[in-house]
Design a protein around this ligand. Sequence first.
Ligand code: HEM
Length: 499
Amino acid sequence: MFAALLSEVSIRTIAVIWVVFLTILVFFKRRKMDPPSPSGSWPVVGHLLSLGRAPHLKLTEWRKQYGDVYTVRMGMEDVVVLNGYRAIKEALVDYKDAFSSRPNVYVLNLVSGFGEDIVMSPFNQAYKEKRKFAYSALRTLGMRMGPGSMEENIRDEARQLCLKLSEQGDAQPSDITDNLTVSVANIICSMVFGKRYDYDDENFLELSKVANKLVAQLGSSQLMTVFPILRFVPGVNSSNRILVECMEEVHAFLRQEITKHRETMDKENPRDFIDLLLAELETQEKTDCFKEENIEWIIQDLFVAGVETTATTLRWGLLYMVLCPEEQQKVQAELDSVLGADHDVPTLAHRSQLPYTEATIMEIQRIRAIVPLAAPHTPNENTTFRGYDIPAGTQVFPNLWSANMDPEFWPDPEKFDPSRFLDSDGKVVTRPESFMPFSTGRRVCLGEQLAKMELFLLFSSLLKHVTFKLPEGAAAPSTDGCMGITLVPSRINMCISQR
Ligand code: HEM
């Protein structure tokens, strides 16, 4: 009986100790902390319906309620959204080792050769070598002086563009999107292929048509980005097929150009980006990180990431110039005072003497961040950020729009006001906080310097030679824009008068 009592007591004791132990364990074990998430997530679609056609606006609005770091559900997947300058900088700069990779997203993988390029490459040794090479090639080409230099190529395009607009005349209001796209594409062609194309060159027109189709298709493949399974659904998967066909055409063209370069190149005197790539390939073969197949994908990156972005920024610029004619006049007055009666297009040396023009370009990039959610990032491994657990592979969106439009840094953010970027001496404020059109950290835009050169030379040349106006009695165009792979303004017909 004693033995039975003992065993009952000890069983009870053991049970109590076990319960206490488990309670302590549960209490002290740190609970997995997910970032907060807005209500209204539906099965299968998650928050997609609430995000609507302007996700950057909804995500920025949710910041007020859910803070700088929160989660939204995109279809069946959780996405962490970083809002505001501080959270974005902290993640992409202070935690750069954690947040510099790219997630596994089917459509993006498809158009990047499954990470063979730079933009969508996971953060690894091969990425570092591709980016290092491309960065130094752009620098090498950018530092060349005189005829054939990057600056001279851009100035040539600026002249051609102004000439084209003067030929069109000002009788009929017109939209100049296509002209801008040709100019910017030709700048990349000069840099990559060592030659520009005439506006009516058949090869060039064909390539532009395919490239535009590719970009448009990418914009309309967003449903497949969220639900990759749709690529197996007959009928619905047509966009997948079109993407593949467009890419095959682009790559066939690129292969031809690469072959021609290989046959004619002189290693000692690289003419352009392709020559530099081919020369690099020979040295890189030793490390095995940077291979033949990367070449086409890196070149494709320069076109996909470098043409629509720059042309779209210029389109927003002209839209704000017609909406704010007093700002257009201020820029033109500054250009006239510095350039005088010189009819040629400005040079980069004029930049420091044209602070208002420079500030206007910065304001255009602030008020309409054309890549409002940057490109998706992901942590390489499970990461704790601001007390939240973010598993490896989770998509992370840096909401650049929320930084550029943050009222704490930019009072009355919807007001177009270039003077925000000038200090009390009228000088341009360099590196202002909370201004991130090119993102920040390790994956910051590779073409930032080139884009800045293009924006300055093309925008100042246009305003030096031409005044843009809305047709008499026309309604003010919307500044909402439409989200594709970039935030694009609607096409607007403008009166273009020679100055
Ligand atoms: C106004 C024009 C441009 C804007 C606003 C812009 C903006 C951006 C943004 C926001 C990103 C994503 C950064 C991130 O993931 O955090 C990016 C990446 C990139 N951009 Fe640009 N871009 C522009 C022009 C260009 C040009 C002209 C080129 C090259 C010719 C270029 C090449 C790239 C590349 C290669 C990446 C990927 C960088 C990486 O993942 O390491 N961009 N750009």
